[in-house]
Design a protein around this ligand. Sequence first.
Ligand SMILES: Nc1nc2c(ncn2[C@@H]2O[C@H](COP(=O)(O)OP(=O)(O)O)[C@@H](O)[C@H]2O)c(=O)[nH]1
Ligand SMILES: [Mg+2]
Length: 355
Amino acid sequence: MFDSLKKKLQNIRTKFTSNIEEAAGAEPVPPVTEGFEEAQAGEPEPPVSGEGPEKEREKPTLFNKMKVLVREREVLLREKDIEEPLFELEMVLLENDVALPVTDEIIGRMRKDLVGRQRRIGSSVDDLVASTLRSALCGVLGEGLDLRDFIEARERPVKVLFTGVNGTGKTTTVAKVGNYLQKNGFSVVIGAGDTFRAGAIEQIRTHADRLGIKTIQHQAGADPSAVLFDAVQYAKAHDIDVVLADTAGRFHNRANLMNQLEKIRRVMKPDLVVYVDEAVAGNDAVVRADEFNRAVGTDAVVLTKADMDPKGGAAISVAHTVGKPILFLGTGQGYDDIIPFEPRVVVDELLGDEA
Ligand SMILES: Nc1nc2c(ncn2[C@@H]2O[C@H](COP(=O)(O)OP(=O)(O)O)[C@@H](O)[C@H]2O)c(=O)[nH]1
Ligand SMILES: [Mg+2]
């Protein structure tokens, strides 16, 4: 995952480093010599005028600047030193499906962070660039959300409602999250809230049976609110930690779907509403996420099919534009193909700094 973006970011990083090294090298840093120090010490008298350009260098103000450069050993980065690599970085982000506003924000953060910054000559430019790029990406990705911590902090049962359009991987995600939670020591019950199609009830039931998770279901066409209400009652009666509610992604029309979800929300009172969409959907996902958020609210997002998105930029864009923490990335069709989304880890991965 993210391989193409990762490789390009590494090239860019090298480019930044060499440009900034050049900028540093281009500074007229005079050697520290005895004569130089003396000239500085015996400074009160300005040099006699008309002595030619060499004498110009000995003006007190310039001396002071040199003193900063030489004594403190620092270099000031200027906009023109980083213009070219910033432009290249911008191209790389855009080529890899990072949306324009998100790209602009990353570039803006980096420019603000780098220009005018004083770098100690002894310190590594690579470190400076890496830390600047890292903080720009982290700033754009925001904080993640650890589902285990979320559950630990709440009264049981913790109710999680999954929303999103058909085919994005909602039902698969419910099964994967159930598996993940069981492996982390939580007990789980699944409510088969997609009653719109008989096949949907069978589908979630089959997953749950394979994973040894209890499913609460009614027949096709039943009121999903009633199913999910029952699932919560079951969890209360059996001391189950978490209720995972699958829902339909399609109904007679979109307004009906939203009304149905709103009713579910009132009846089930979820602790967490998770919006599911595909990482590759890019701007479509952003538009849909907004619609679902306005209708039923969204607390967190799962981006599925990240395995089909070698560029990774769309996921970064959706994560940023939706403005809600990303809970998980879906990375395949298996039950274990789900990874908790930790912005710092994603950024480390992108920068090739697994540590
Ligand atoms: N490659 C890949 N396929 C996925 C992922 N998540 C779900 N799918 C597939 O997407 C299709 C639709 O999934 P489903 O859970 O039925 O979507 P729903 O309609 O939103 O409930 C199925 O074929 C899943 O196997 C994922 O992370 N990666
Ligand atoms: Mg489904």
